[in-house]
Write a protein that binds this ligand. Structure first.
Ligand SMILES: Nc1nc2c(ncn2[C@@H]2O[C@H](COP(=O)(O)OP(=O)(O)O)[C@@H](O)[C@H]2O)c(=O)[nH]1
Ligand SMILES: [Mg+2]
Length: 443
């Protein structure tokens, strides 16, 4: 799913996030890489141009170049632009209350996945407590009615069909009457496709739309066809009117061009994605989540926001001074635990770091050990935390008892702390490293 585009973007994000400070040249280079990635993903050229121009414009402002962490601000801009391309916020189906019947019409070309999707959607709505019914209004393909009836039966969704019918509008109309009479609150109408969006098809669909007055007219489009899917969406919207799009075969779409262009070109939101051949393989479409997937970062934006809340700039500078003068105490160490907590669990935090896969993150920290360390620190007196050198054998025993750990654990923590201080001292003797650290903290 979106593997290729995600690989490209992850590389770009990785290279940016490794930089303590960024120049206009860095921004231009990164945006150039992004442009290539988008074009390779088969994103509409106009959409790419707009994306690139806006990103550069925003990123070159003072808000980024003079920010505390410019690289993260820049990544946030890229992310926000990406979310915008994908349609900003989740767009739910606009169904009426359960006391009347809401009609959902599905359109699309042959093989795009209409019949499969109509059953997927019915099941999804059933699981939300709705009472859906299906209507077989594809009278073109001989086996279409059978296909829907079998799928419906397999999943306990009633299907209205008439194998002798000639007029799909009539089928749809009588299905609606039955749904109303039998108090089904959603009627999903599966329609016929064609190889192309020709005049015949448009007339047929307009006819159906008129008699059932749908609350949702959704185009079912094959994500793998890239720009073709976008063109089809535009044609259908111009000719019959859409309320949204369902992108199928998202599981096999490595490029993402359709997903990234549809909203900008047609102004129609993607409401669901089909993610496989099984009937349960359907997901609501969340622009933020897809953007994160493409950028290869769990959720870097909320990380930036949370980090800004937890660490203010002044605190960061003070902490850094302490590290450099080697007056970093156990109390400071404990303070870091509190900040980490404010930002959520360490694991979830690491999951948000760009380029770090969840698996690697989980291996990088042992959350159980962190809890143990915190308990030990909390069992110390203020004096002990300010000067770890006074913690002799009897104090160690008391701390171990108080924190429900062992003397071995206390010793381990103290050793680790000594090592940390030693490392800080060494690092701070290194001028180059010192400068880098200063920059990172905006000092
Ligand atoms: N991998 C994958 N296959 C799908 C998806 N949706 C539909 N298909 C397959 O696409 C083919 C055509 O589907 P169908 O519903 O008959 O298309 P229709 O002609 O538009 O009604 C079938 O083999 C489906 O299993 C999807 O989201 N992912
Ligand atoms: Mg079909």
């Amino acid at each position: 799913m979106l593997d290729r585009i995600s690989d490209k973007f992850t590389d770009v994000i990785r290279s940016i996030s490794g930089q303590a400070r960024i120049s206009e040249k860095n921004i231009e280079d990164a945006v150039e890489e992004i442009k290539i990635a988008l074009l390779e993903a088969d994103v509409n050229l106009r959409v790419v141009r707009r994306f690139v121009n806006r990103t550069i414009q925003e990123a070159k402002g003072d808000a980024v170049l003079k920010a505390v962490s410019p690289s993260q601000q820049f990544i946030k801009i890229i992310n926000d632009r990406m979310v915008q391309l994908l349609g900003d916020t989740r767009q739910e189906l606009q169904l009426k209350g359960p006391d009347t019947t809401s009609v959902i019409l599905l359109y699309g070309l042959q093989g795009s996945g209409k019949t499969t999707t109509s059953v997927k959607l019915a099941l999804e709505l059933k699981n939300q407590g709705r009472r859906p019914m299906l209507a077989a209004a594809d009278l073109v393909r001989p086996a279409a009615i059978q296909q829907l009836m079998i799928l419906g039966e397999q999943h306990g969704i009633p299907v209205v069909a008439d194998e002798k019918a000639k007029d799909p509008s009539k089928v749809a109309k009588s299905a609606l009457q039955r749904a109303k009479k039998e108090q089904f609150d959603v009627l999903i109408v599966d329609t016929a496709g064609r190889m192309q969006a020709d005049l015949d098809l448009m007339k047929e669909l307009q006819g159906i739309k008129k008699v059932v007055d749908p609350v949702e007219a959704l185009l079912v489009a094959d994500a793998m066809t890239g720009q073709a899917a976008v063109d089809i969406a535009k044609t259908f919207h111009d000719q019959i009117g859409l309320t949204g799009v369902i992108l199928t075969k998202f599981d096999s779409d490595t490029r993402g061009g359709a997903a990234l262009s549809i909203k900008s070109i047609t102004d129609q939101p993607i409401k669901y994605i089909g993610t496989g051949e099984k009937i349960t393989d359907i997901e609501p479409f969340y622009p933020e989540r897809i953007a994160s997937r493409i950028l290869g970062m769990g959720d870097v934006v909320s990380l930036v926001e949370k980090a800004q809340e937890a660490f203010d700039e002044q605190e960061a500078i003070e902490l850094q001074k302490k590290m450099m003068s080697a007056s970093f105490t156990l109390a400071d160490y404990l303070d870091q635990f509190k900040k980490m907590k404010k930002m959520g669990s360490v694991e979830s935090m690491l999951g948000m770091i760009p380029g770090l896969k969840a698996q690697e993150a989980a291996e990088a920290v042992d959350e159980g050990e962190m809890k143990r360390e915190e308990a030990i620190l909390l069992s110390m007196t203020l004096k002990e935390r300010d000067n770890h050198l006074i913690i002799g054998p009897s104090r160690r025993k008391r701390i171990a008892k108080g924190s429900g750990t062992s003397v071995y654990d206390v010793n381990k923590l103290l050793k680790k702390f000594e090592k940390m201080r030693l490392m800080m001292k060494k690092m701070t003797k290194n001028k180059k490293y010192q400068q880098q650290l200063m920059r990172q903290f905006g000092g």
